[in-house]
Design a protein around this ligand. Structure first.
Ligand code: GGG
Length: 352
């Protein structure tokens, strides 16, 4: 029997509620499946750790995480700590140090869930957004000068490298090829951003030439938002820069019913470092502690994690249990229901 080591980092806000819920579900799944075991270790990092130590994770945190097979992450963000400290101190520190350059964000309307797009239901939206996850607008380049003076200046420089563009395009084309529709939409803004984004377009065309069986098109990010609302069925795999994909995937999740159901995987495709799995949503401190956080995003995230570990049957079994639960309308308030986190968790366990 295979045993996988999982580092659990629930971190902030509702991360402390949805990650334990996912671990409960995973425990039952292992009893049901019997083909694999998970050895889970939980790390108390995040904003509370920061309040005591002035850091979101220990200086040795990356070394600690490195030997694990995967990382299950909750969320970062706290009302009393600047967002750039929480994001860069933990989530981005792990993503960038472990070269998790491909972030995948599947979106579907799950059975029983009503999309805010009238007349749309399961089958009308089935997208896979690929977020470039290592550079672009999140390169961390920039600075502030003349603070507090009238001539104060702040710069935020997006960096696009040939190597970075090539590898994410190759990843996206391969993913598109593996899906039945073999379609890739490349999101850009090369009309206004005429250097890095033009190079992004050129490299997408170069890489695309090696995938003649994948149909590709190019969309400006502004027009893409309208297409996602007006004609979501025309989209399959989508690749976009770090910031564009971050924004578009929140829109995609909302169109699929709620940000609370959306999963994501931060992948290091060569598997030199562990990959990290997390719900798309953040810490949601407005609902923290109320017991009403939607755990579906984290459950679906664990499906991505099991898939990545090679436990395809267990992943499919868990996805089926999630879909059975949504079809039965066991919904938390974000989906218009009255269920608590624990009710949704129990429903998924019962379905397993
Ligand atoms: N689980 C995702 C999470 O914690 N997100 C917090 C956040 O602020 N994300 C912004 C980003 O990753 O760009």
């Amino acid at each position: 029997m295979k045993t996988y080591s999982i580092a659990s980092v629930p971190a902030d806000g509702i991360g402390q509620e949805v990650v334990p819920a996912a671990l409960e579900v995973l425990k039952v799944l292992q009893q049901r499946d019997r083909g694999f075991r998970l050895r889970v270790e939980t790390f108390p990092w995040g904003s509370e750790y920061y309040r005591h130590h002035g850091l979101m994770m220990p200086t040795s945190g990356l070394e600690t995480l490195r030997p694990f097979d995967a990382i299950l992450f909750g969320a970062v963000g706290a009302p009393d700590i600047a967002d750039d400290i929480t994001l860069w101190g933990l989530r981005l520190r792990i993503c960038q140090s472990f070269d998790q350059y491909a972030n995948i964000r599947p979106t579907r309307i799950l059975p029983g869930i009503r999309s805010p797009l009238s007349g749309r239901g399961p089958g009308d939206l089935d997208m896979m957004i690929v977020r470039e996850n290592s550079e672009g607008e999140y390169a961390g380049q920039g600075g502030r000068s003349h603070r507090g003076l009238p001539e104060e200046v702040g710069t935020e420089t997006a960096i696009y490298t040939r190597a970075g563009c090539e590898r994410i395009m190759r990843f996206a084309y391969e993913l598109a090829r593996s899906r039945p529709r073999k379609k890739l939409t490349v999101v850009t803004k090369s009309n206004a951003q005429r250097h890095g984004m033009v190079m992004w377009d050129e490299i997408s065309a170069e890489v695309g030439a090696q995938f003649p069986d994948v149909a590709s098109d190019k969309m400006l990010v502004d027009a893409m938002t309208a297409r996602m609302v007006n004609n979501p069925g025309s989209l399959d795999t989508v690749v976009a820069t770090n910031l564009h994909a971050d924004i578009l995937s929140d829109l995609a999740a909302a169109l699929a019913g709620s940000l609370g159901i959306a999963p994501t995987a931060n992948l290091n495709p060569p598997r030199k470092f562990p990959s990290m799995f997390e719900p798309i949503h953040g810490s949601a401190f407005d609902i923290t502690g109320k017991g009403i956080a939607n755990p579906i995003g984290t459950f679906w995230t664990t499906v991505l994690m099991l898939d990545h570990l090679g436990e395809k049957a267990a992943a499919a079994r868990l996805m089926a249990a999630i879909e059975k639960t949504t079809a039965a309308a066991v919904f938390t308030p974000d989906l218009g229901g009255k269920a608590k986190t624990k009710d949704v968790t129990q429903a998924v366990i019962d379905a397993l």
